[in-house]
Design a protein around this ligand. Structure first.
Ligand code: F3S
Length: 74
């Protein structure tokens, strides 16, 4: 799976970082500093949680063929 970020929607709430600081990094001004990334195996649930935490819906989960079923993630 991948994470896609629409940086134009980011208002600097930093909830993504608060939820998953190892995956979502902020720039010096407190805005998300990536347009997206590949999620490593084992980080799927945390990535989904971080994406859901954004009140602006700036972070989107992109599922790919072969990804584990969501219900198997914790
Ligand atoms: Fe921005 Fe949303 Fe994170 S507004 S800093 S992407 S919680």
């Amino acid at each position: 799976m991948k994470i896609a970020v629409n940086r134009n929607l980011c208002c600097g709430h930093a909830r993504c970082y608060a939820t998953a600081p190892t995956l979502f990094h902020l720039d010096d001004d407190g805005y998300i500093d990536t347009a997206g990334f590949d999620v490593q195996l084992g980080d799927e649930a945390l990535a989904r949680k971080g994406a859901r935490a954004c009140p602006e819906r700036a972070i989107r989960v992109v599922d790919e063929p072969g990804d584990p079923p969501k219900e198997n993630l914790r």
